[in-house]
Design a protein around this ligand. Sequence first.
Ligand code: ATP
Ligand code: MG
Length: 438
Amino acid sequence: MSNTDVSTAHAPRILTRAEHEVSRKNISPAALRVLYGLKEAGFQAHLVGGGVRDLLLGGEPKDFDVATNATPAELRTVFRQCRLIGRRFVIAHVRYGDEIIEVTTFRGKGDALDIDREVEADGRILRDNVFGSMEEDALRRDFTINALYYNIDDFSVVDYVGGLDDLNARQLRLIGDPETRYREDPVRMLRAARFAGKLGFAIAPETEAPIERLANLLDGIPPARLFDDLLKLFLFGHAERSFDQLLRLKLFEHLFPQVELSEANLALIRAALRSTDERVGLGKPVTPAFVFAAILWSVYRQRLGTETDDSAIDAAADNVFLRASRRVAIPRRFSVVARDIWWMQQRMIVKSAARAKRVMRHPKFRAGFDFLLLRAGLNPALQPLARLWEQLQGAPAASDTSFAQASGEDVAAKPRPRNRRRRGPRPVVPGAGEAVAE
Ligand code: ATP
Ligand code: MG
């Protein structure tokens, strides 16, 4: 019998403080306050999930989650700065400074007698607030490596599901029967892609096998939840590898069905994700707008066709975000920036120094320029334009003369025939008008 069989009780494997590397000095002060606050109030308190996993792997956790036997009502009495968040199950957010610690009450198995649990006909769990023991809580978690507990009482690490072995083997294994677990919550398929990308772990064959067959269950997940999970996939320094996993597991097409998976489209998305990862690595700010601008660029370009005026750009962008939001709810504050980035691709085909200066003053100019660089990296025809903008930024007070010089020298533009001037301004970069449609 497998040691992840949900119906069977097991003695846990326990590593004493001397047998593992999790140290309090690597746990955030806020998480420690929550753990000790619970302990002092007479409750059990454990760090669980990514915090324990990443510390055991020698990494730096993104956040800390705490599991306890205190009920949400009791948590309110222990922590003044506590908010109860009710989605699928009640979670308490305890805030210290800018840090929020997620605290959950041990969740139970949920058998036929439970009243506070709702299951859809297809097996999806909608509401799930049955409290239970720590062991039951472990069995309800997703992957074995996410179900390890660090006990603040004696600093031991507690493993009910074989998570320590899987950490050593560097593999992701769902707890229990994989198909049932994906049906309960199809987002676990995205989580498999995320952890495989982030940790570089293999997905155990039984855990991976049902994904292709069940991927369409993602179509029934609320778009706002998919957006949340996409942020976790793409904004934490492992976006490119997570994307590769999404493609490999054929999940990406369920998130963005309108994006054609051609080599050119994938190359642009991958370049955007790589640049996002590099920025995260350097501690620079990143925005989901840039990532969504890249993912949906080909759809937008196709929709826009050869039009160039503002109203056509607006209409095309409206249409793209409207269709995309049926699957992934991209909040307006990000879609407006993505639209600016797209708009700027057109407006960076400059016709005069005055216009160039105006484009450069746009608050999202830098993002638009970075996007142009990405495109130019994949399309040599855009390189003169990208170089020109690079130069212009070095001389922000450029006069028309220096502007003309910069463009002339840089792109080696042929002198224009005089009679053409009467027809109005042209792009300073020869051919750039055509080159935008990659
Ligand atoms: P990260 O490093 O991204 O924070 P994490 O493993 O901590 O990774 P969270 O989304 O913070 O992931 O969730 C915390 C823990 O809650 C997980 O480790 C897992 O034990 C449990 N969990 C989260 N989502 C699910 C889910 N959909 N199904 C089952 N358990 C889940
Ligand atoms: Mg976490």
